[in-house]
Design a protein around this ligand. Structure first.
Ligand code: PMP
Length: 457
């Protein structure tokens, strides 16, 4: 496959066998990034049959165009820790509205002290996978603490949340089973279902779930897969109704509480605690990379489930246990959640303040109830332009274009943290209003209700 410049407005990628793909070019002579989505440049079936270097060329041409048009806002290099105010490599100070460290635990002095002490006492790595010689006393302490904190019988820890979801689902579901996933379930959950049958139900929609459960009658095992708090929406699963319905059809329920831990429930115990522990999922997964402020993942459930997974789960069996200082930091972060509930209280004060102000400005933010505030725009170029312009004004936000979310739901994703000050939020809101008006995302002319209808149709 080679690139042929047919004329100044078209780039063709031609293979020996057939003429496969044509892309319009921009002023920069690269693939016009305003005309194509990442999906079209990365996952097109015809591209996947091509040699790797051709795929590299296409994607790089697309990214070069994004950069030339100043729409590339990814992979900024930070030179300070992950706090409400950060500095990037070019010396710029930015208000951080793109962090998942909702409680700013990565910066808490007790966490830092616990990590330093563990490094001094035990060094860095465990030297092995958990099942061989890689389980340290700190790992065992952490698993016990976490089980009690989350209200499950047993827990096992992984080196990431992604590895947890992939490993658990692949260990449990096979050819004759079916995964019934909420359409907005996290990518790691979807990726865990590749070797089983999969059905998708409408987001948080009981009718749609029931329809799938009825169709799933003939599979050996049925597993309903949800997030506790949805990573792109910020809304909370209808856990009570979902569990009742799933169990009435004999289905298991797996919930990923990555964004619920530290944010909802008593002292941040998560989504089951938010529902007063009246409704218990069969399998709970989560990560330490959000409000816990570290890295790593876990799965919790019955004693029998966990001892099965310790053997059957390949991302556990064949991957080294989390670094000892990380486990020590995570353990301390959980102690802090219990002992310093004022941090979570401050987070919620910030969330309530920001959510009220941003709604008053006329932005459409969906059903969020948590630290994740999506500004739903539905236009990829506006999303990328908004993120870039805010970045230029010293505000760090994430652009979420298609295909990360459906086309009409593309958004700028804001996350609120406990350490943000009122003046940092006010400064951000002032620039959100300015850029929102410049890009015609919000208007002072139309009432909010009209805008909401327009953006969501
Ligand atoms: N689940 C959800 C809902 C997430 O948002 C993420 C992180 N983006 C993960 C799992 C993966 O977690 P980790 O970063 O620990 O791999």
């Amino acid at each position: 496959m080679k690139i042929i410049e047919k004329n100044s407005t078209q780039l063709s990628f031609e293979s020996a066998e057939n003429n496969l793909l044509e892309f319009s070019t921009s002023n920069f002579g690269t693939i016009d990034s305003s005309k194509y989505s990442l999906l079209e440049c990365l996952y097109d079936k015809r591209l996947n049959q091509q040699p790797l270097h051709s795929r590299f060329e296409i994607l790089n041409s697309y990214l070069d165009d994004l950069k030339s048009n100043q729409l590339f806002t990814y992979k900024r290099v930070m030179t300070t820790g992950c706090d409400a105010l950060v500095r990037t490599q070019d010396g710029k100070e930015m208000i951080h509205l793109a962090s998942n460290d909702y409680l700013n635990m990565s910066q808490h002095h007790r966490v830092k002290e616990a990590v330093v002490k563990a490094v001094k006492d035990f060094g860095l790595g465990s030297g092995s996978v958990s099942m061989l010689s890689g389980t340290h006393a700190i790992h065992s302490q952490l698993e016990k603490k976490l089980a009690a904190f989350k209200g499950v019988d047993h827990v096992m820890c992984f080196s990431s949340g992604y590895a947890t979801n992939i490993g658990v689902l692949r260990a449990l579901l096979g050819e004759r089973d079916v995964a019934i996933c909420d359409m907005y379930a996290h990518a790691s959950l979807m990726d865990g279902c590749v070797s089983t049958n999969r059905m998708i139900f409408k987001h948080n929609d009981l009718k749609s779930l029931e329809h799938c459960l009825q169709k799933a009658k003939n599979y050996n095992n049925k597993m309903v897969i949800i997030d506790g708090v949805y990573s792109m929406e910020g809304d909370i699963a209808k856990l009570d109704e979902i569990i009742d319905l799933a169990h009435s059809y004999g289905a298991w329920v797996l919930m990923d509480d990555a964004h619920g831990t530290g944010v909802v429930g008593d002292c941040g115990r998560g989504t089951m605690s938010y529902f007063d522990h009246q409704f218990k999922v069969d399998i709970l997964t989560g990560t330490f990379s959000k409000a816990v402020g570290a890295v790593g993942g876990f799965v919790g459930g019955s004693k029998e489930l966990i001892s099965y997974l310790q053997i059957a789960c390949r991302s556990y069996m064949f991957s080294t246990s989390p670094a000892i200082p990380v486990a020590a930091g995570v353990l301390e972060a959980i102690n802090i959640m219990e002992e310093e509930p004022e941090i979570m209280q401050k987070l919620h004060e910030n969330i309530n303040y920001f959510r009220r102000k941003i709604t008053d400005l006329g932005f459409v933010i969906g059903e969020t109830q948590t630290a994740i505030i999506p500004l739903i725009i539905g236009d990829d170029i506006k999303v990328k332009t908004m993120a870039y312009q805010l970045n230029q004004s010293g505000i760090l936000v994430n652009a979420v274009p298609y295909p990360a979310v459906p086309k009409k739901q593309t958004r700028v994703r804001i996350s609120i943290t406990a350490n943000l000050t009122k003046s940092q939020m006010d400064y951000s809101l002032k620039h959100l209003e300015r850029v929102g008006k410049e890009l015609n995302i919000i208007s002072t002319i139309y009432p909010k209700s009209v805008l909401q209808d327009a953006a969501l149709v």
